[in-house]
Each structure stands twice: as C-alpha cells, then as structure tokens.
Design a protein around this ligand. Structure first.
Ligand SMILES: NC(=O)c1ccc[n+]([C@@H]2O[C@H](COP(=O)([O-])OP(=O)(O)OC[C@H]3O[C@@H](n4cnc5c(N)ncnc54)[C@H](OP(=O)(O)O)[C@@H]3O)[C@@H](O)[C@H]2O)c1
Length: 338
C-alpha cells in the first residue's frame, strides 16, 4: 500500500509518500481500498507537533476514508467484499488501503461519489453532535458558526438550514459572497471586525442561542459573551494556536493563556452553558458515531445535505493540500485521492 507519512515535525514539506505491505483484517475488521481520504485541521496540528492525541512521529494520520471493502475478517456481518463504504479511522487514513473495525464503517448509497462521502464523517458527525445531539437547534434559533466556510463550518451551516435556524458566520472576506448565496444570514470578517460587537449589533443586543467555536484562546471568551440567555457554547478546537505553518511555542502559549476559566455561579445566573466536544475521544462510542453517520448519509441521499468538496490532491501533493487549509484558501473539505 501507499501512505502519506508525517516524517517529522515541521511545515507541509515534511509529508512524504512511502510504501508498505498491505495490512490484513483481523476478526471483526474490514479492509478498505480507499478512493478518497479526508484532511482535518487536527492533522495539521499533528504535523506541527501541536496535537497531543496524535501518535508519536513519524506517523500516518487521517481520521476518515471512503472506498470499497475488499476483504472482511471473521465474524463481520453486512459489509461484504465489494460494498462501497465510508469509515472513521483512528489515524492511518492517509493510505490507499486501511483496516478498521467493522463498527466504524457504514454502507454508502448508490450515486454518492467517494469524494463527497469522504467529506462527511468527521465534519458532519462533529457538527451533528453539537447542534442535534446536544444543542437541539430549532427553527428561529440564531447560531454563531466560526470558520463557517471550512469543513465543519459547512456541515454546521447545512444542519442549521435544515432545522430552520439562522447562521451568523465568521470567515475570510473573499468567501462572504458565496457564503451568502449558501444561506449565511450575516458574514463577519473576524480578522478586521470584532465579532462580539458585530453579533451584538446584528442581534440587537439579544445574542445567539448557540455558538460553535474551534478558534480557541480569547475567542472562547467572546463567543461566551455573545450568548443569549439559555445559550450554549460548544468549544471543540483551537485553530488559533497555529497561526503559521511551523510550531511557535510562544503563539501556542499565548493562545492557551488567553483561554477563559468558566465559573459555575455566574454561568448559572446568566443561564448560559459551555460544553466541550472531541470526537477523537469517543472511540468507545463508535457505535453511536456510526449510527449518527447512517442518519447523516440518509439525509445526504435524500438531498437535504450536500457535502462541499473544496479540492482533491493526489498523495504526492499532500503538502499542497495542507498548505491550502493553512493559507485559509479552502471552502469546504480538502481531500487526498490515492
Ligand atoms: N473536537 C472535535 O471533535 C473536532 C472535529 C473536527 C474539527 N475540529 C476543529 O474544528 C476546526 C475546523 O476544522 P476543519 O477540519 O473543518 O478545518 P477548516 O475549518 O476547513 O480549517 C481551515 C479554515 O479554518 C480557518 N482558520 C481559522 N483560523 C485559522 C488558522 N489559524 N490557520 C488556518 N486557518 C484558520 C480558515 O478559514 P477562514 O479564515 O476563512 O475562516 C481556513 O480556511 C479546527 O479547529 C479543528 O481542529 C474539532
């Protein structure tokens, strides 16, 4: 098999294609010939040495693939050889062959391309947990979505629109026109404007019902302050710890120091809540994640959701794929195709 390795900590240039023998599926596992693999911001943090969950370097990261089952281990039901599947992978997704527990894979509907399918698992399941499973987003709610043009951001936008909620989104200004066409009610250029003041202005001081924040640092505090009574803040990442392509300990520490400490009594009196989400720490609930993904894929099949693929890169150009996300160029999901 061919894989994209993070050979050492550094910029995108440390990504390298290497060959290895094909893995064999054990009992309860399936082997997938990968047609497309998703890139997530966490992979970039892993490459920079800023992601404590990642295996020690050198390693192969990657949380999701779409492809075809080519061998099923003993005791696997329902995912026969030849089945088109999507799957969550606990690292190792940047490969043209992966082996995963069958519980992490699910069949794909006919007509859904492998590329769209590879854009689904992490982005939609993360947004679904926050907005549907926990957040109970309703018609008329106002939702602040940071990085609304990114992978998770686009999934969140589609879930909000499906539920009839209004989205206020932050993004680079070059993306605003397309975001408005896709239904974002208000776009904020978060580097030129103070998003807290903008949310206050847009909502006439009322605030938002839900805020999704993976920017981290000071942004968590401002998102919390942007909540209406009964508002919920979901904190699920810290993109701001990686302002450049190589690790800066000073920037990372500055971002960590700027994180707020939430205090229960003021939270109680403000009727506001804060909830952390990390899908990468839910492997013991793969059954729950896969059940959500089956529901999500059903909503893709009936046209409710339409995964947005920004671009695809062959393995040999993985460095360009990482750079595209870090240069804030992507609109939707960036994929690797073997
Ligand atoms: N906890 C979880 O389970 C979980 C799961 C998935 C993702 N996440 C987190 O959610 C966030 C979004 O992830 P994603 O994979 O969908 O990526 P993404 O949003 O597609 O990431 C790239 C985009 O983020 C924006 N951005 C904001 N700050 C940035 C920075 N310092 N450097 C580069 N880009 C920056 C840029 O868009 P604009 O500047 O135009 O907004 C860029 O185009 C990440 O923080 C990720 O770690 C968490």
């Amino acid at each position: 098999m061919r894989q994209v390795w993070i050979t050492k900590r550094g910029g995108p240039e440390v990504l390298q294609v290497r060959e290895a023998p094909d893995p064999e599926p054990g009992p309860g596992e399936v082997r997938i010939r990968v047609a497309a693999a998703g890139i997530n911001f966490a992979d970039i943090l892993a490459r920079m040495g800023l992601y404590p969950d990642a295996p020690p370097l050198p390693t192969v990261v990657g949380y999701e693939v779409a492809g075809t089952v080519d061998r099923a281990g003993a005791g696997v039901d329902g995912l026969l050889e030849g089945t088109r599947v999507g799957a969550l992978t606990r690292f190792g997704g940047y490969s043209d062959v992966v082996v995963v527990p069958a519980a992490q894979a699910y069949p794909l509907p006919d007509g859904l391309s492998f590329e769209k399918a590879a854009a689904i698992p992490v982005t939609y399941v993360t947004a679904w947990i926050m907005l549907v499973h926990l957040g109970n987003v309703r018609a008329g709610d106002r939702v602040l979505v940071h990085a609304v043009a990114g992978g998770v951001g686009q999934a969140a936008l589609q879930i909000c629109r499906w539920r009839g909620a209004e989205v206020i989104g932050t993004a680079s200004p070059s993306k605003h026109e397309r975001l408005r066409e896709l239904g974002v009610a208000h776009c904020i250029d978060y580097r030129a404007q103070d998003f807290q003041a903008e949310v206050k202005r847009i909502t006439g001081g009322a605030g938002v019902d839900i805020a999704l924040d993976a920017v981290g640092g000071e942004s968590f505090r401002k998102s919390y302050r942007s909540l209406a009574p009964l508002g919920r803040l979901y904190v699920f990442g810290a993109s701001s710890l990686a302002p450049g392509k190589k690790r800066s300990v000073v920037s990372a520490l500055r971002g960590l120091m700027a994180m707020p400490a939430f205090r229960p009594i003021p939270m109680m009196n403000a009727n506001r809540g804060v909830h952390g989400v990390n899908v990468g720490h839910l492997w013991k609930r793969a059954d729950l994640l896969t059940a959500m993904l089956r529901d999500i894929v059903g909503l893709v099949a009936d046209g409710t959701f339409d995964p947005v693929v920004d671009s695809t890169f062959p393995f040999a150009r993985a460095a360009e794929a990482h750079a595209r996300m870090q240069d804030r160029q992507n609109f939707g999901k960036v994929l690797l195709v073997p």
